[in-house]
Design a protein around this ligand. Sequence first.
Ligand code: NAP
Length: 260
Amino acid sequence: MPRLEGRACIVTGAARGIGRAIAEAFGAEGATVVAVDRDEPAGQTMAAETGCRFLALDVASEADWERLAAEFPACDVVVNNAGITGLETSGPQDPEHATLEAWRAVHAVNLDGTFLGCRYAIGAMKAKGEGSIINISSRSGLIGVPGAAAYASSKAGVRNHTKSVALYCAQQGWAIRCNSIHPGAILTPMWEPMLGSGPDRAERMAALVADTPLRRFGRPEEVAALAVLLASDEATYLTGAELSLDGGLLAGSAAAPGAR
Ligand code: NAP
């Protein structure tokens, strides 16, 4: 029995990476999926390959969300997945040297985008009084990251806003659940600027997961499997939760005395 039969789902940042994997997994579970992304050519290709419907949308644009709400006034699941690290642009991202403009650009996508996506979702779910909002935060939302301070701050904001949304919806008497997923290193195009294509790529990859107890990158499909669970009726008592999906990283092995 498909776990999301008949459900209308919106997934942001779905042209590639984790968002695409979630859109595909939802479709495989019987959902009708609207994939949205600011990258229109990649989104159209993805839609043709997966059977999802595609809509071009910049998650940081209020007008774009209003356009989406006019076309899809009701839905059952919203995944706020679109995000940027800031590292894909040049310029420092540390707390001493980052520009205000760079700081704001990251927050605009990751945090404003999630706020707008949650606001849309509440409006689109409240008539039915139930639904699932899934916010993709990061392990970086739970720890400090000196070289990507805006990313870490924005993802911490996503974690916290998830709980406000969960409590607000519960207060209203709605079974609209809101949870955050905190992935560790998941192998997607987001990592390409850090991995490069040189001869030391494999070495860099190994170094990046050296402190991860499972000693490997996660796969987008592994994040998608958790999103399916959160979207389904198997998770109807789960709200306001933060779920780490990081190969054991934040269990603390790197911090534990004498661990290695
Ligand atoms: P990705 O491969 O870079 O894909 C992200 C997609 O979102 C891209 O298609 C991107 O389009 C799109 N996007 C970016 N800004 C947007 C905007 N303003 N409006 C609409 N779409 C936008 O990233 P990913 O690795 O799949 O990551 C997905 C989410 O998981 C992000 O929120 C990320 O922070 C989070 N996450 C990832 C990891 C990881 O290791 N991969 C770990 C923790 C958390 P463009 O190509 O135009 O930018």
